[in-house]
Every structure is written in structure tokens, then in C-alpha cells.
Design a protein around this ligand. Structure first.
Ligand code: ATP
Ligand code: MG
Length: 496
């Protein structure tokens, strides 16, 4: 299938977000679509697939001008969009999710469960994931949910698959599986639009790349004919230099310690310390228990035993409110569920997390609120139309920055970051790293969980590796490299 989009304009409430944008997709190619957060990538693809209507421009599919009215119509034409913010129904099972509205029925209208389960199993096998079709979606990790979305696209035999940040929640090994699947789809003539902020992936996987900046088409190049610096230049109009800004903070006394933290069946005897000014990286495969350990520290897991110490004093974090009071900040991996009130403005989201700071005698100080929000938008370069911009209408990466802004002004002693740069563009990533460094310089103990190994290696002072609910090792800066982390994460021993 060949797709040509030309002269696409789109405004929201008078704000132009696409200005004569365009895109050319060839049969059987993997085409990267890149650009900063808010550049218009998702919007352009939503216009192609009928989620949004365009204000101007043409869309031509295999020589015919088209205008799909909705996602179903695009899907029937063979174009499937796997969205950045996953659309899963948590109460349904895997199988129900995959066959929603497409149930296989016999001639009496009764669902053929056996056949559906068989098909689900076949597709999941092809993806190499071990998920039971009867499992509830809510029991799956974000990464597994992502795999189910991909499985759904395979199921309808799509000719064009648009993947918006598909690997943001996947671990290295799952990413490899995904790449195999994508490559084999290309061999069958399927075209893939691949949206990602992970430069390494683009260069490993894609044939061509198109860059958008501020809603405008910049250029399309063959991957062979470009390099990372060139792409960054196209994206932001300048170079950014080192990806991981240098931190030379003196590491101080122990600020945070957990001892024998256990949640039966989930993780056991987790013990570690974090010092003032230190960044402790936490690595492991998906499902290793990293997020659960962090949730437990934040008072968000039932049946947890063990001890938590802050500044040498034992604290009880029975619920998030208590944890916050004790000085723990938490930036979660799932901004849709826990991190943000999507229907609310940037202002509301930031100010609610900082009420103490912007109120006097229990009364909200309007001026202080506005100043704080303004500071957040400026310091984090949140691309928005102003403090009242609803979070649901922000681009994915900018939503993540709002989550960040919520927490960094609460002056936490310990800040837990769970996948802090998921879906964030390369320039903004560097801004976030700089903010992490500034917090460390102020003596905050930072815990950073990330599935992006280069990021952990680039940012952490030490790396704790978790596997199957156990701490397999804590690597010093000298020991920390990709190989050692992977050995521990997959169950090996370092001195073998
Ligand atoms: N429904 C909407 N209403 C108002 N503004 C919107 C809406 N959808 C998108 N926008 C705005 O359009 C711009 C482009 O957003 P889009 O989601 O296309 O960016 P993106 O390139 O996909 O970014 P990211 O890499 O962060 O996902 C952003 O400034 C966003 O705030
Ligand atoms: Mg997007």
C-alpha cells in the first residue's frame, strides 16, 4: 500500500498544530516519523486514520484520494493505528479485548470461545509472549498490554501499521521480539510507520525517516544517508551535544534505606540504600518486580513487610499520603492511570500536588499558584497553549513533563522515577536529566527505574538489578555496563 499526505493543515481552537504537513509511505517499508514532543506526529497519523478531520490537504492511498470518517473505516481499508496512549479495557480478558466487536460466532450467534482462544494463542506465540488469553488486562504490565495491541493489528491482517512509541514500555528482549515481527511484516509487503524517540531503534530498524518540526514537514531521508546528529538537527534546528549531562555532585550520607522489604509472591527481602545526591538506577526485565517494589515504598501495595528508613528514622508508608508526608516523591510509569488527571488543566495538576507550598493558612494563594505553574512550564519547556491547557490534549511527551513538574517542586527527600523519560523527545530527555542532576545536587536521593539501558548507564551512580522479585546485585559505576546488567537480569552470575 502506498500513502501520500500533502498540504495537511490542522488547528485546535485557533492554534495551528499542522501547517502544510506531508508524508509519503511506500509499499513494504519501515518509515520512521520523528520530531520533538508536540511536533504533530500523532495528530498527522490521527488524520490519516480518521480519528481527526483535517482542515486542508489531501490524502491519497494507492492513487485514490480518501478521507476515512473513523478508525473502523481506516481499519477496513487495511490501516491500523496502535496509539501511544493504549486503549485497553482493564476489566476484560486478553481474548475479549482482542475480539471486541469481532467475536467469532456460530450460526446461532453464540461465541465460539474455543476458536477465539486458539487464534489468540497462535498470535501470541508468533509474538513470542507468554500471556494466557484468559488473563484480565488489568493483571498485565504496561509492556504486556502493548504486546496485546500489536497482536490486535496482526489479527486484522493490516497492510499499514502505525506504531506510536511501541517500545516505550518494552524491555530489551521484548523489543527484539517486536523488531523480528516488524521485519517479517515488511517482508510480506506490510508498511510500517514507526514513531519513536529512541534514536538507536530508528537506525537499527527503519528504511527511511521523515522529520516534522512545529507541525511542518522538514525532510525525508534514507536511513543510510543520515546520522543521529543530522536527525537531531532536523528535529530541533540545532545540535544538543552530550546526551547525558555531566553530574559531579558529592555523594553524601545515607538518606534512604529499605531492609527486607517483602511482598509474598511478588518480591522478597529487598534491601538497599540511597545516599544524598546519588542516583540509584534500577534495571531488570519486564515483570521483574521493579515497579511493585517502588509502589510498595510509596505505600501503594498491600501485605508488605519490612522496614523503610528516611534520614535514619524508621517510617511507615502505609499509603501514598503518608509516603509523601515522609518525603517520598513518585513519578509513575503510567501517566494515564496514576500520574495525571487527564481531564484537568496543567495548572490544576501541578498545584494540587503542591498545595502546601502555594497556600497560606489553608487558603490557596492565586499568585503563588500561577507563578509555580509558570515556572514549571518554563523550566520543563512544556509545549502548551497556556496553564489552562487540558492535559488530555497535550502531546504524550508533554504529559510526561507535567507529571515531572508535579513532583519536583514538592521538595522530596527521596524521588522515585519509574520510566521518567518514556515517550519524551531527545531534547526534553536531556532537560529531564539536567533536572535530575539539579535535584541530586540539592541532596535528593534519586531512584531511577528505567528499561532504557543506555539511560540507566548514562545517569546512574550505581545500578541495582532486579530479577523475579529478588535483588540480584548492585553494580558500582565501574562494574556497570550493558553486559553485566543483562547477565544479572537474566539470571546469570557475574564471576562465572
Ligand atoms: N485534541 C486536541 N486539542 C487541542 N490540542 C491538541 C489536541 N491534540 C493535539 N493537540 C496539540 O497538538 C500539538 C501536536 O500534538 P501531537 O500529539 O500530534 O504531538 P506529537 O508529535 O505526537 O508529540 P509526542 O512526541 O509528545 O507524542 C500539541 O501541541 C498538542 O498539545
Ligand atoms: Mg505523539
Amino acid at each position: 500500500m502506498q500513502i501520500e499526505m500533502r498540504g495537511i493543515d490542522k488547528s485546535f481552537g485557533g492554534n495551528a498544530v499542522l501547517k502544510s504537513a506531508g508524508f509519503l509511505l511506500d509499499h513494504g517499508e519501515i518509515h520512521a516519523l520523528m520530531g520533538e514532543n508536540g511536533a504533530g506526529k500523532s495528530t498527522l497519523m490521527k488524520i490519516l486514520t480518521g480519528v481527526y478531520t483535517k482542515d486542508a490537504g489531501t490524502v491519497i492511498v494507492d492513487g485514490q484520494e480518501v478521507c476515512y470518517k473513523n478508525a473502523q473505516e481506516a481499519e477496513r481499508a487495511g490501516i491500523v493505528f496502535i496509539h501511544q496512549e493504549l486503549n485497553v479495557l482493564f476489566d476484560l480478558t486478553v481474548e475479549e479485548n482482542m475480539f471486541l466487536g469481532k467475536e467469532i460466532k456460530n450460526r446461532f450467534g453464540v461465541c465460539n470461545k474455543k476458536e477465539m482462544q486458539k487464534q489468540v494463542r497462535a498470535i501470541l506465540d508468533r509474538l513470542g509472549v507468554k500471556i494466557d488469553p484468559n488473563q484480565k488486562m488489568s493483571e498485565l504490565s504496561v509492556g504486556q498490554q502493548q504486546m496485546i495491541e500489536i497482536a490486535k493489528a496482526l489479527m486484522v491482517d493490516a497492510q499499514v501499521i502505525i506504531m506510536d512509541e511501541p517500545t516505550a514500555a518494552l524491555t530489551q528482549s521484548e523489543t527484539e521480539v517486536l523488531f523480528q515481527v516488524v521485519n517479517s511484516l515488511r517482508e510480506k509487503g506490510v508498511s510500517i510507520v514507526y514513531i519513536s524517540h529512541r534514536m538507536e531503534e530508528i537506525f537499527e530498524l527503519c528504511d527511511r525517516i521523515t522529520v516534522l518540526r512545529d507541525g511542518t514537514y522538514i525532510d525525508t531521508k534514507r536511513i543510510k544517508d543520515t546520522d543521529m546528529n543530522d536527525v537531531v538537527r532536523m528535529m530541533i534546528g540545532r545540535e544538543i551535544g552530550e546526551r547525558y549531562p555531566l553530574r559531579d555532585t558529592k555523594i553524601g550520607k545515607t538518606v534512604f534505606e529499605v531492609k527486607d522489604l517483602t511482598c509474598p509472591g511478588v518480591f522478597q527481602n529487598v534491601s538497599f540504600q540511597v545516599h544524598a545526591g546519588e542516583v540509584l538506577g534500577v534495571a531488570g526485565l519486564m515483570g521483574a518486580g521493579r515497579t511493585e517494589i517502588m509502589q510498595a515504598i510509596f505505600g501503594n501495595m498491600p501485605h508488605v513487610t519490612g522496614h523503610i528508613y528516611i534520614d535514619g528514622k524508621e517510617v511507615q508508608n502505609k499509603n501514598p499520603q503518608q509516603a509523601i508526608k515522609n518525603g517520598v516523591g513518585f513519578i509513575t510509569e503510567d501517566r494515564k492511570v496514576e500520574g495525571l488527571m487527564l481531564e484537568e488543566s496543567i495548572m490544576k495538576n501541578i498545584s494540587l500536588a503542591n498545595l502546601g507550598r502555594i497556600s497560606k493558612n489553608g487558603v490557596l494563594q492565586k499568585k503563588a499558584e500561577q507563578d509555580l505553574v509558570k515556572q514549571g512550564i518554563e523550566e520543563l519547556h512544556i509545549k502548551c497553549f497556556g496553564p489552562d491547557h487540558e492535559c488530555t490534549n497535550l502531546s504524550g511527551g508533554n504529559q510526561q513533563k507535567v507529571v515531572f513538574a508535579k513532583w519536583i517542586y514538592t521538595n522530596p527527600k527521596v524521588l522515585i522515577l519509574d520510566e521518567p523519560t518514556r515517550g519524551v523527545d531527545i531534547g526534553a530527555k536531556k532537560e529531564i536529566y539536567s533536572i535530575i542532576n539539579e535535584l541530586a545536587a540539592k541532596g535528593v536521593a534519586v531512584i531511577m527505574v528505567s528499561s532504557e539501558l543506555p539511560e540507566v548507564l548514562g545517569m546512574a551512580d550505581r545500578i541495582m538489578v532486579v530479577r523475579e522479585g529478588l535483588v540480584r546485585g548492585i553494580l558500582s559505576k565501574e562494574e556497570a555496563n550493558q553486559e553485566n546488567v543483562m547477565i544479572l537480569a537474566t539470571g546469570g552470575n557475574l564471576n562465572e
